[in-house]
Design a binder for this molecule. Structure first.
Ligand code: 13P
Length: 256
């Protein structure tokens, strides 16, 4: 059984006050680690320590939205995986499409970060997903294959226990245009097949694959009910407890 994960990517949103209020509301909902759903929030860097302290002991885990691949040194503006851990993070999101597109991150750079994060014991949410052009040009699977191959170079089957894949079609992010249940399931099935051929059947069966892109309370159950969809990476709707909590509940009841 793959325990569903409902993760909130706060992106560059919240302030000290709203972030603390948000995690307090989630903590009230998930006061202790749960066997039926894993909840993760990814606040902006400046608030990570504060939010992690607030969430400590509850069922809410904390992750960074990005990280650098060196431990310390002359890397102005960057934050290391060790620093994320030091302030209480267990997770890091890597390869988000906004970092690929806005910051020009390559699969090679993302892979270097993935390997570093795993080497220090952080769990990784590796994001992949095609552009609208790719989908319309029937290149979705080629893009996913390239991003998976490039992102997971030199990652072992054992290390995959600490890797979660997030399928986020770029055309569905922040647009309100959610992938249909079938489109999500097709992509997730393809990704699981890829994991089987790159690693083995055990890795394919155990790895959680999240869907991200305009997940809202009204579409969460349909998406999360798909056999190969093991959770959600939520942007906009993760900023409001009244939207995020119903998505957590949908995750909880999606275990087949
Ligand atoms: P939205 O849920 O706002 O579409 O964002 C999805 C996303 O990018 C999560 O990482």
């Amino acid at each position: 059984m793959r325990r569903p994960i409902i993760a909130g990517n706060w992106k560059m949103n919240t302030c000290r006050e709203t972030g603390v209020a948000l995690v307090a509301a989630l903590k009230a909902e998930v006061p202790a680690p749960s066997d039926s759903v894993e909840v993760v929030v990814c606040p902006p860097y400046p608030y990570l320590g504060l939010i992690a302290a607030e969430a400590a002991g509850s069922g809410v885990e904390v992750g960074g939205q990005n990280a650098w691949y060196e431990t310390s040194g002359a890397f102005t503006g960057e934050v290391s995986c060790e620093m994320l851990q030091d302030v209480g993070c267990q997770w890091v999101v890597l390869g988000h499409s906004e970092r690929r597109q806005i910051n020009g991150e390559s699969d090679e750079l993302i892979n270097t970060k993935v390997r570093k994060a795993l080497s220090v014991g952080l769990k990784v949410i590796l994001c992949v997903g095609e552009l609208l052009d790719d989908r319309e040009g029937n290149r979705t699977e080629v893009v996913l294959e390239t991003q998976m191959t490039g992102g997971l170079v030199d990652v072992s089957a054992e290390q995959m226990a600490s890797v979660v894949i997030a399928y986020e079609p770029v055309w569905a992010i922040g647009t309100g245009k959610v992938a249909s249940d079938e489109q999500a399931e097709d992509a997730h099935r393809f990704l699981r097949g890829w994991l089987e051929s790159r690693f083995d059947g055990n890795v394919a069966a155990a790895t959680r694959i999240l869907y991200g892109g305009s997940v809202k309370p009204d579409n969460a159950s349909g998406l999360l009910g798909q056999p190969n969809v093991d959770g959600a990476l939520v942007g906009g709707a993760s900023l409001k407890p009244e939207l995020f909590i119903p998505i957590i509940r949908a995750g909880e009841t999606s275990v087949s």
